[in-house]
Design a protein around this ligand. Sequence first.
Ligand code: 5GP
Ligand code: ZN
Length: 136
Amino acid sequence: MKNQDCIFCKIANGEIPSATLYEDEDFRVILDLGPASKGHALILPKEHFADLYELSDEAASKALVLAKKIAAKLTEILKCDGFNIVQNNGTCAGQTVFHFHIHLIPRYKNDSVGLGWTPGTLTSEDKDEILAGFGK
Ligand code: 5GP
Ligand code: ZN
């Protein structure tokens, strides 16, 4: 199902043109207009899911297989030195377009892509709380 107001629905379904690297029945893979690095691509399902929480199991399983395939092809073409797969959910996590998508970000030695964080400490309180949530 498509969402009338969603720009990625329009791009994924071909209503808005995009630099398309790959397309099948379920997905379109496009180049990001504001790339973090050369070759930054986005995997867009044609069906509208706002985020990972809404994503169907079927689309989820296909999406990672596709990510693997496109990452391998981009690596072959660009001769990049590494790869990040990024997927943002929620404004606080950096999501700006609320149609599920996977970022494929080629990495190059000494590039200036900033995806890091400052490691904290796993406290026993946090660990116990989270394990308890999983019934462990
Ligand atoms: P988010 O921040 O939601 O994880 O990622 C949204 C991404 O979509 C950004 O990297 C942004 O550059 C890209 N983007 C936003 N609008 C367009 C568009 O119209 N076309 C393309 N190709 N990329 C877009
Ligand atoms: Zn959408």
